[in-house]
Design a protein around this ligand. Sequence first.
Ligand code: KG4
Ligand code: ZN
Length: 351
Amino acid sequence: MSCVLGIETTCDETACAVVEDRRIVRSNVIRTQIDLHEKYGGVVPEIAARAHIEWLNDIVAEAMNKAAVSSKDISGIAVANCPGLVGCLLVGVSAAKALAYAWDKPLVGVNHVHAHLYAGCLIPHASVNMALSSAERLSPSLPALGLVISGGHTTLFEVKTFNCFRRLGSTIDDAVGEAFDKVAAILQLGYPGGPLVEKLAQSGHADAVTFPLSLLGKQSLDFSFSGLKTAVLYHVNGQRGTQRTCADLTGQQRADTAAAFERTVGEILEIKVRRAMEMISPKSLIVGGGVSANRSIRGRLQSLADAGGMPLFLPAMEYCTDNAAMIAGLGAELLEQGYKADLDLSAIATA
Ligand code: KG4
Ligand code: ZN
């Protein structure tokens, strides 16, 4: 048994997980800080870092207990050291270094965005026998096309190996999850908005409203969602100068707006993924990040992969949003390839 302990503190989730043999999640503990930041309307970096300091020791102990392992069962420590809020990253990196030193284990730094693409390879411990019976689920054939759709990132990668990612395109303004959160705010739904927009969209008619598809030119693999967000704002609140708000819309109109927004996002993602597939002819498609929890987007991507005869790796629901299992899993993969960090490993805000 080879177990890697993973630590995730890049933003507003304090998380620790134990992953066995690179893929099998023995524990995955996540404590969210949503209630600490809610009243400020966004994550306050100083508050987030302090909460990580207060909570991390308990979260690590809980992850070890749930996995039923002790330090002697751990073969390495993985930590998300980029990108993220630097004060938050420093908490996880310092804790990981302390554990690696105290337990005399190898340490490895993991890129949080790349780890979102590893989430589709993870198998919950409870369903390990079922997953093992379909061997092709275990590892994506490479090179793969990777799409990260999260609150902070919207990026297409060519995944050559799990240590070699070539960026093909990225958002030039808002990330797709950020657009979901802003549309949720316009529709006065609350935070985080993605799941709330998805729920409302289920009772809406996507055809009732048409929003513009921003594709940035025929060959571009970049994304832009700020125009779409503004189009939703004007649709709900009226053009500048009008006094309308979301409260003036009927429930059905709100649901139609959510459905049309969700469909537009889905169409943009589908067009860009299809373009990238034509460009690099990947052997598989891997998707990760919080927005990959959206059922209509999952369905679109599945149809696209099926049409191209390509296996699709989507994370189980619990591994879509930020978690430490994806950090431990990718960390285990890197350690196996011989990567190891020294105790001067840095926290890097941008990557
Ligand atoms: O990956 P993640 O947990 O954090 C980042 O690394 O950014 O992604 C969080 C984002 C939020 O913007 C949230 O609204 C969005 O993922 N999200 C969703 C859904 N669940 C979470 N967006 C659309 N539909 C969902 N079901
Ligand atoms: Zn993330």
